[in-house]
Design a protein around this ligand. Sequence first.
Ligand SMILES: CC[C@@H]1C(=O)N(C)c2cncnc2N1C1CCCC1
Length: 311
Amino acid sequence: EKNTAESSEQVVIFEEKITKVNGEVGIKRYQRGKFLGKGGFAKCYEATNLETKKVLAAKIIAKSSLTKNRARQKLISEIKIHKSLQNTNIVQFEHVFEDHENVYILLELCSNQTLNELIKRRKRLTEIEVQCYVAQIINSLKYLHASNVIHRDLKLGNLFLNKSMELKLGDFGLATKLEFEGEKKRTICGTPNYIAPEVLDGKVGHSFEVDVWSLGVMIYAMLIGKPPFETPDVKTTYRKIRLNSYTFPEHVLISDSAKNLITRILNLDPVKRPTLDEIMSHPFMNTGGSIPKTLPLSTLACPPSASYNKQ
Ligand SMILES: CC[C@@H]1C(=O)N(C)c2cncnc2N1C1CCCC1
């Protein structure tokens, strides 16, 4: 028969041996689909649960890449925290299992990639679109902080978009859970453009306010097209962050309420930054279409942002 590429392409299955409660041994099979890309130590693919036909996103981490204890601890922490979360604006953690070679993490599929790709394509978003994405980010952060979890790596590349362009916060590799009231964290971590000044300072310790800082950086990046402190060199970026040195470029028109909100959030003093509720009730989040105050957030229909799906 015609030896076309399809027929020679081998079907890759990864399977999980499960022992049911009654002691019976069963097998769960997943068919590996298209390559989604690399994420840290992981190779990511679409994966179909052959029983339920549900298509998921699989992060496959070779155990051989987990020799260093730091990488192992990070993965264990990511799984422990992400597994415990359930929110409409957080990537759903579906399942995790391992075999001799790999660890398999199965997550909710977000087929419209991330806000990072959207900004790269569109250059910048309209204020209405930004309000809509910010409302969803705040919804996820209110839940996360109420669960005593700090994300610590908020950036456009960790905000995923599903087929309906709904926003889903993902990648809990740098997240941490606070064990007691008022606990402060000291480990320096995050992505240079989005990292809060107090994390760089390293002496005072940091808490939930670092996620609010990163939200301010993301609002700026969505409206302007690039993050406020971005430079070709990380050390210079850190200096600009510590000096709070950024400007609003003349050629990009943004409203005074947008500038006011960004300025309030990017305060070097964490306690002076607005809370998530204060951001939600800021004029920037309540101008544009006259949305009656009585409508619950969920009915806030987002304006159509062109999705990637061709169909
Ligand atoms: C599976 C890893 C990561 C992710 O976390 N989610 C939720 C996701 C969900 N849907 C598609 N891709 C996703 N990714 C991409 C894959 C390559 C880089 C990041």
